[in-house]
Design a protein around this ligand. Structure first.
Ligand code: 5AD
Length: 346
């Protein structure tokens, strides 16, 4: 089947086989890409009109017990300055964000044992008490189902846990032995079962990734049916084992965003910071490939340069929450508007 036919089939049936995805990903041309982007934009306009949801990202700890080969926050990286925010500092971030129009706060951090379940629940409860009309999203890694239940009972609404790659041998090339794809996926199924709006996601162009791995990711998405999907290019970090690996491409990332929109229709799909990092107009191109969410950084300025997942992560330009008016006008310049809304999955 021709690529445009495959894209049409994906739109109509919401599914392609692994083989079809491999064929599409290994042979798409510029015009296939443009076709996918135009369908993705049409679908996102049908579901969300020209509205873009804002999420305030609070990177509250860069301490991590994991040692993922790609990540700048990995335990073995002794060259970064580690920090934790206090509950009051986290609440201050929300107080800054609320009048700027944020109605979702995303608490993201390394897997930091200092923040045990009680501390996390206390933070969730405090945010919910002060900002009852806001959603809280957690992005704090793999925990037991019991912990996830406690977070949900404390009021957390959503949980982001990228699966990173749905191909088990590939997963084991990106992670140390103690981390297993099986466990990651169990966490995702637990989260969904508990009732979280659940997000998974993957890096594009990570080392050892093949078209077959990306096809595994897409087949997994079509099975799992997440509410949110985070997709960004892999970007090397100088103090990791992958320092000298090439980064993921802008075009392939945009193509995957478009395919995910075409496949999952009403999914919440961020135009990620990593996309904004590899190209000055990456965020806008993400929206023009079907993304409908942006996540500006609400973390205190003093810690921004310490949450370096990868080299040159942007943190001072218009992805910073104080500059949200600039971000808004950039979004308006491509025909979209940011709205003051929790932006739940519907
Ligand atoms: N390049 C791109 N994305 C990365 N992440 C971690 N390290 C990198 C990197 N070097 C992503 C992972 C993780 C999310 C918080 O950041 O997908 O889930």
């Amino acid at each position: 089947m021709k690529n445009v036919e495959l894209i049409k089939k994906l739109e109509l049936s919401g599914a392609l086989s692994h083989k079809e995805f491999v064929s599409l990903l290994s042979s798409y041309t510029k015009s296939d890409m443009e076709y996918a982007q135009s369908r993705a934009v049409a679908i996102s306009k049908k579901h969300f009109d020209n509205k873009i949801y804002l999420r305030g990202l609070i990177e509250f700890t860069n301490i991590c017990t994991n040692d993922c080969f790609y990540c700048g926050l990995r335990r073995s990286n002794c060259l970064i300055d580690r920090y934790r925010l206090t509950k009051d500092q986290i609440l201050e971030c929300c107080r800054l964000g609320y009048p700027l129009g944020f109605r979702t706060f995303v608490l993201q951090g390394g897997e930091d044992p200092f923040f045990d379940d009680d501390k996390i629940c206390d933070i969730i409860g405090s945010i919910k008490k002060e900002f009852p009309d806001c959603a809280v999203t957690l992005s704090i890694g793999e925990k037991s189902k019991q912990s996830y239940k406690a977070f949900f009972s404390a009021g957390a609404d959503r949980y982001l846990l990228r699966h990173e790659t749905a191909n088990a041998p590939h997963y084991s090339k990106l992670h140390p032995k103690n981390l297993k794809l099986k466990n990651r996926l169990e966490c995702l199924y637990d989260l969904k079962d508990i009732g979280f709006q659940t997000g998974c996601g993957f890096m594009v162009g990570s080392p050892y990734q093949t078209a077959g791995c990306l096809a595994d990711d897409l087949v997994f998405l079509q099975e799992f049916r997440p509410h949110m999907v985070g997709i960004g290019p892999f970007i090397p970090h100088k103090d990791t084992p992958f320092a000298n690996e090439p980064g993921g491409s802008l075009e392939l990332t945009l193509f995957l965003l478009a395919l995910v929109r075409i496949m999952l229709k009403n999914v919440l799909l961020p135009s990620t910071t990593a996309l904004g990092t590899i190209s000055p107009t990456g965020r806008e191109m993400g929206i023009l490939s079907g993304a409908n969410v942006v996540m500006p950084n609400l973390s205190p300025k003093s810690v921004r340069d310490k949450y370096m997942l990868y080299d040159n992560k942007i943190s001072t330009g218009c992805e910073a929450a104080e500059c949200v008016s600039e971000l808004k006008s950039r979004i308006e310049s491509i025909g979209y508007i940011t709205i003051v809304d929790r932006g739940d999955f519907k």
